[in-house]
Design a protein around this ligand. Structure first.
Ligand SMILES: Cc1cc2nc3c(=O)[nH]c(=O)nc-3n(C[C@H](O)[C@H](O)[C@H](O)COP(=O)(O)O)c2cc1C
Length: 204
């Protein structure tokens, strides 16, 4: 028969953490959406972008379809997005609701943010997995990216204006009919202090 201390030791052993949960929890709780307007001029280096995207690819996917595709715009490549995105907003918006302010904001983001990633889902061509599960897998990849960016002190922002779902956006990104663009992921260093957790979460 084991005495109390042996039982306690066995329980503690059984519950021994494999990773540092308090640090992981801290990264999860400190992840925030940080909008491009809050970024400083400091560029996010290519190596950091690659590590963020690489961690994205370790997300789960049903049937290992790994449907995430990241189209990265930075440096010279950003010029293409700058020439395309504001015009896409204009051409896909009813003139009655077109906002010059919004147009300018989209343009400015492509001019001032050092890296923008188009978040895409490439459908498994055999159709063996429901589409929603492939979208879910990409969302898991984006959370990995968000958390990795947070660990670097890099702010991320998933933006999904209506026009990202358009056929014109698909063509621009080289996607096929069954694939989807799910949004744009902006990255940058916040110019001010890292934002605190929202109240609703603190009260949980
Ligand atoms: C799929 C998805 C799409 C989003 N699209 C937008 C968007 O178009 N515009 C926006 O302001 N925020 C967008 N967000 C960010 C949310 O507004 C944000 O996550 C929410 O306000 C909570 O803030 P937090 O991320 O800092 O916790 C999106 C988030 C997700 C998950």
């Amino acid at each position: 028969m084991k005495d109390k201390s042996q039982v306690l030791a066995a329980t503690l052993n059984g519950n021994r953490m494999k990773y540092n949960l308090s640090e992981i929890t801290e990264v999860i709780k400190n992840r925030r959406s940080i909008s491009p307007e809050s970024y400083s001029d400091r560029k996010v280096h290519r190596e950091i972008v690659e590590n963020i995207l690489s961690n994205g690819t370790w997300a789960p996917s049903h049937g290992m379809t790994e449907p995430w595709r990241f189209k990265v715009f930075m440096g010279e490549g950003m010029k293409k997005l700058e020439a395309f995105l504001p015009d896409l907003y204009k051409s896909s918006t009813d003139p009655a609701t077109f906002s010059q302010k919004k147009f300018d904001k989209i343009l400015l983001r492509t001019q001032e943010v050092s890296v923008i990633v188009a978040i895409c889902m490439e459908r498994d061509r055999t159709d063996r997995i429901p589409e929603i599960e492939e979208v879910e897998a990409v969302a898991c990849a984006v959370q990995n990216m968000y958390l990795t960016a947070t660990a670097y002190g890099v702010g991320g922002f998933w933006s999904s204006p209506k026009f990202v779902y358009s056929d014109a956006m698909k063509d621009f990104l080289g996607l096929e009919a069954q694939d989807k663009c799910l949004g744009l992921f902006y990255m940058g260093y916040p110019k001010e202090e890292w934002p605190k957790a929202t109240e609703s979460r603190l009260s949980m």
